[in-house]
Design a protein around this ligand. Structure first.
Ligand SMILES: Cc1cc2nc3c(=O)[nH]c(=O)nc-3n(C[C@H](O)[C@H](O)[C@H](O)COP(=O)(O)O)c2cc1C
Length: 361
């Protein structure tokens, strides 16, 4: 089960952070116990699953143990973001990311995970995972679970190799989601203009800025305390005392500066990836999350970083233009990602197991 241990160089996790923060990241992203059995094995799978990407690092999930090899993954409605995500689209994409990560992590223990979708008449839908010891081979994506991160820095401007392109396309297959990989300058420019326009609309919305500010952890102390949210250093900003950060955030987040930043980020990227969900339903968004996480892990495995530019997805008035630019005549635009090569940024933390795991069932 050596597949579960980290790739060379990823076990330090100490990029530009204090020793205390680095220790917390190391604990969060530790190599799993390969000998774990029963509940201890489920614990390891849940910990690895929570390393999945998720909107604003809200970690909007709970895991309920339903039996020795069965888990429910439920959305945590207390962690909704009603302004940026009024229909819970991002929440269900995040749930798909976490379910897919769990399924991939399970293969490291020789287990197949069957993931099913449950509509609930008395609440939000959820996913159920049934694990079976089949002695299956570990997924080739497993090594990337611990080292994947959203990297919001500039990339090195290089192009995708044929092998990277093939790996990304292959990872997206098999779901109800279409991946549009955009590498030509003209389409990238059209997407840039849409992203910039949608971003400007968002920054003019005070509620949006307030909600975003509430999920930013301006200091290491607050990131370490909550173990969720967007750690300033991981977004490329300096750390600040929280009260100063909260005060100046709306003043420094200006449309002109942000537009320039987005343009340089796109310019430096090898490709943009637009994910279109087949249907505009929570189930379809969930499936897109699963496909996106496979692509993010494949990118990581093949030496590529990724970061989100979801602004035109988050404002419904841009959906039809976004679909048109990539030639999608149907479906719901779900994610816009940039891909390219860069060095690691500081890692985001995750909450402890006891905050997300319910073993009472
Ligand atoms: C559905 C979804 C939407 C996201 N939207 C954005 C976004 O608009 N901007 C951004 O910088 N990151 C975005 N992210 C990335 C998350 O902020 C990131 O996954 C989270 O902070 C955890 O960090 P990590 O991916 O480095 O582990 C999104 C992730 C998901 C799954």
């Amino acid at each position: 089960m050596s597949e579960l241990s980290g790739e060379a160089g990823t076990d330090t996790f100490d990029t530009r952070v204090s020793p205390g923060y680095a220790a917390a990241v190391r604990a969060t992203r530790a190599a799993p116990d390969r000998t774990a059995m029963g509940q201890a094995r489920l614990d390891e799978l849940v910990r690895l699953a929570t390393l999945a990407p998720n909107s604003h690092n809200t970690q909007p999930w709970t895991f309920q143990v339903l039996g020795p090899d069965r888990l429910a993954i439920r959305p945590d409605a207390r962690r909704r973001c009603p302004v940026v995500d009024p229909d819970d689209h991002h929440l269900f994409v995040s749930l798909g990311c976490v379910a897919e990560t769990l399924a991939i992590a399970a293969t490291g223990y020789g287990m197949d995970a069957s993931v099913s979708w449950r509509e609930n008449t008395d609440g939000l839908p959820c996913a159920e995972v049934t694990l079976k010891d089949t002695g299956c081979a570990a997924s080739p994506l497993i090594q990337a679970i611990r080292s994947r991160q959203s990297t919001r820095s500039l990339y090195d401007g290089g192009l995708l190799s044929a092998e990277q392109r093939r790996a990304l396309r292959q990872a997206a297959e098999g779901g109800a989601t279409t991946l549009h990989l955009v590498e030509d300058a003209e389409t990238k420019t059209q997407l840039r203009d849409l992203i910039v326009a949608a971003n400007t609309t968002q920054l003019r919305d005070r509620d949006f800025v307030r909600e975003l500010r509430d999920w930013i952890r301006f200091s290491e102390a607050s990131a370490l305390q909550s173990r969720d949210g967007l750690f300033a250093r991981a977004t490329g900003s300096p750390t600040l005392p929280d009260w100063i950060g909260r005060l100046i955030f709306p003043l420094v987040l200006r449309p002109a500066g942000e537009s320039r930043k987005i343009a340089s980020q796109i310019e430096s990227s090898a490709a943009l990836a637009v994910f279109i969900s087949r249907d505009d339903t929570p189930k379809s968004w969930f499936r897109t999350g699963r496909a996106f996480q496979r692509v993010a892990l494949a990118a990581t495995k093949h030496g590529l970083k990724h970061a989100h530019l979801n602004q035109p997805v988050e404002r419904s008035e841009y959906h039809s233009d976004l679909g048109r630019v990539v030639g999608a005549c149907a479906g719901r635009p779900s994610l816009v990602i940039r891909l390219g090569r860069a060095v690691d940024m500081p890692y985001a933390l995750r909450r402890d197991l006891h905050s997300v795991l319910d073993t009472s069932g």
